[in-house]
Design a protein around this ligand. Sequence first.
Ligand SMILES: [Zn+2]
Length: 384
Amino acid sequence: MRDGRIAAVGARSKVEALPEAGPAEKLDVEGRVILPGFVDSHTHLIHAASRAEEYELKIAGASYEEIANKGGGILNSVKKLRAATAAALKARASAALREFAAYGTTTIEAKSGYGLDVTSELKILGLHQELDREQPLDIVSTFLGAHVVPAEYRHTPGGPQRYVGLLVNRLIPEVAERKLAEFCDVFCDRGAFSLAQSEQVLEAGASHGLAPRVHAEQLSRTGATQLGVGLGAASCDHLEQVKTADIRALAKSKTVATLLPGCDFHLGLKEYAPARALIDAGAIVGLATDYNPGTSPTLSMPMVLSLACTQLRMTPAEAITAATVNAAYSLRREKEIGAIETGKLADLGVFEVEDYREIPYYFGVNKCWMTIKKGEIVYRRGAR
Ligand SMILES: [Zn+2]
């Protein structure tokens, strides 16, 4: 590794024979397994608090939508975020970022979407930028003003459409102008945004240089996947309810199918996304935590790998590919991260196992021993 990048890779005898190898400092990981650092391509990093108060309702059988209809769900997080100071939000996110690193993650995507007004959305995106600058992990920022319609626009005639107007005419241009995000995302679903509204938001984003990503076919099948593919989206995420035609469309496209099994696990749902059908059809499958307080309160990519293997029937190799190079592709950073190759960033996770398959095999246990970001050790087990 040199200047934060991988200078050479290969058999020890070959690498040690290089003239630069002589003066290089040696880091012995003593036979442990090294992977490219995980790329967590779907998180809702900035939020004010957990929603543990909803957890028992879910266990008792209330659905995600029933809780949302009672003022819980995303709007609950919006209320908490609007009341929180930027300093408190930043402290919470900083602690989470240290934990991401402790599980072997070196790059995360982060979405806004718990502000849903001009001030609060810009506050979140500003924090993405500050945190990206001030701590070692890379943060890729996504504008998700179209998460749900905020309460103040819900109960007036034409309210939701006026909110879409605020996103399209005011927020998207400002976010793009101030370079606060690279991507624009929409939650296209029952109880969130319609297909037509989603198209409006994603097209406005694209026309300002924000590449589309979509929350698609999670609770119901809306057609968001084919909308995303048609718009050249970087990723369609969730996909629990996809139909054969959607799978075919993804397979023919360069849009990554990002699966979020932590969400189904936390909600106790039986139906996971059809990973096997997607892979067998030739779609590019990615995996991410969907770290958020309502449906997937985990930041552990190893746990996501375990779920991908046991619930989605992906092989450990497929799951690791999905969590590294494919996820990097969905963030348009495949030339920089996601694989251990000469010239790429020296982003690595070192695991206390003898075989890479043991990483998902030991579920709910963190086997990460060391994390390296741009050539620097950012986490070492036992050291704080
Ligand atoms: Zn999400």
